[in-house]
Design a protein around this ligand. Structure first.
Ligand SMILES: Cc1cc2nc3c(=O)[nH]c(=O)nc-3n(C[C@H](O)[C@H](O)[C@H](O)COP(=O)(O)OP(=O)(O)OC[C@H]3O[C@@H](n4cnc5c(N)ncnc54)[C@H](O)[C@@H]3O)c2cc1C
Length: 386
């Protein structure tokens, strides 16, 4: 007999997808364990912009928790966005969906505390999953500290470097849609407006963008991202950290605003697995959520909303599995259907736009022209930030 702890569902990763899933399983009567390698509060490299759809996902799980998420204190409410194209005046956009910026160290801690206070989920921190296998109708998880658990179903919410994706699915960890990004915290940026998120479309970052997202106390989250193949191009891979510094110190539209700005801490980079054509994101006794399933919006780079929606759909699928006692790969596809029905359309559109970047001077000129029309510009920015 093994001395492993036994659960119905093991959720690996307590970021937005894992917490949303645990919350959506509240009241299911299933024994759920939520495991993370980190001890919270923990940092996560991000732009810290919590998109409107993340609130909608939480409302769907439980409107009261949606309200709690809105009333959370460590935030800067986003009142509008500003789009900057070379040689154009900044274009302001007002939002219909409520959203805010919040450092992930605070936001993710809030989500985990919500799981702790509102559900019977067992939470294990400082548990790094090393090995996962499926044998005789059970999922076995072995952790770095030598401990193990067993479950009937596993939900992979373990982010861009997912162990579950690598060990249980046939998906490659990195594919052609893979992107990378860096972010740094700054304060004292000239003309920084509280509650305004800036998107700068610079040649240096095409087909991505350079962002300045305002936070409280005069701080801002500053960064940019681009497809991994562009970083690897040539013999020496591009250093995104250095490129960020170059933009901040030399770009004519940016540098004067950073003259007296102070960098708070290190510049940090991380992967962005972007959404693309439909791929299998589940299999016998497992599903992948959020970044582990490559669900980041390919145009806007936002993934917290899609992570939370996928966590919700994973919980719905899990409940169906236990009701019907069916954990087959074919049955699990119901999860893929739900995810791609909700967010798949934006992936196809986004990938098409990314391909257009090959003609980037042309795309820039076209965008500049289109953005002069308020209605078209407005639609484009909405597409971008979700
Ligand atoms: C530079 C950058 C800027 C971004 N900006 C934005 C933005 O402004 N807005 C937005 O919506 N999205 C943004 N994103 C994307 C967003 O960060 C992700 O889409 C989102 O965090 C995905 O949530 P998740 O729950 O799937 O994964 P994560 O948030 O990555 O959570 C995964 C969790 O799994 C844990 N884990 C990992 N491996 C293991 C293991 N082996 N064992 C146990 N636990 C493990 C980790 O500790 C972590 O807590 C940005 C990404 C980057 C890189």
């Amino acid at each position: 007999m093994s001395s492993k702890d036994i659960y119905d569902i093991a959720i690996i990763g307590a970021g937005p997808s894992g917490c949303a899933c645990a919350l959506a399983l509240h009241g299911s009567g299933l024994r759920v364990v939520l495991v993370d390698k980190a001890a919270f509060p923990r940092d996560k490299v991000c732009g810290d912009a919590i998109p409107g759809q993340a609130f909608k996902a939480m409302d769907r799980i439980n409107p009261e928790w949606g309200l709690k998420m809105r009333n959370f204190l460590d935030k800067t409410e986003v009142k509008s966005d500003l789009g900057f194209l070379p040689k154009n005046k900044p274009i302001p956009f007002k939002w219909t969906n409520y959203s805010y910026n919040s450092k992930r160290i605070h936001f993710d801690h809030f989500l985990l505390n919500l799981v702790r206070s509102e559900s019977a989920t067992t939470i294990l921190q400082n548990h790094q999953l090393q090995k996962v296998s499926i044998q005789n109708g059970a999922v076995n998880c072995d952790f770095q500290d030598g401990s193990s658990i067993q479950s009937s179903l596993i939900i992979g919410c373990d982010g861009a470097n997912s162990i579950i994706k690598r060990q249980l699915s046939s998906l490659a960890l990195r594919d052609e849609t893979h992107s990378v990004a860096v972010r740094a915290y700054y304060r004292n940026i000239k003309d920084l407006q509280n509650g305004v998120n800036e998107f700068h479309f610079l040649k240096e970052c095409s087909p991505g963008y350079f962002w300045i997202f305002s936070l409280d106390n005069g701080w801002a989250n500053v960064g940019f991202g681009m497809p991994a193949y562009k970083v690897q191009k040539g013999k020496t891979p591009l250093s995104l950290r250095k490129s960020l510094e170059t933009i901040i110190t030399t770009n004519p539209a940016i540098a004067s605003r950073f003259k007296n700005a102070e960098c708070m801490g290190n510049t940090r980079g991380f992967a962005l697995p972007l959404g693309s054509n439909r791929k299998p994101i589940s299999g016998e006794r497992f599903v992948l959520c959020g970044d582990a399933a490559s669900l980041i919006d390919p145009i806007g780079g936002h993934g917290i909303d899609n992570a939370m929606w996928s966590g919700f759909f994973a919980a719905e699928q899990a409940i169906r599995c236990f009701q019907t006692k069916n954990f087959d790969a074919g049955f699990m596809k119901g999860y893929d259907d739900a995810v791609y029905k909700k967010i798949g359309k934006s992936f196809t559109r986004g990938q098409l736009l990314l391909k257009l970047e090959m003609f980037y001077p042309f795309v820039f000129s076209l965008l500049a022209l289109l953005m002069k029309n308020k209605k078209i510009g407005d639609r484009f920015i909405r597409l971008l930030v979700g």
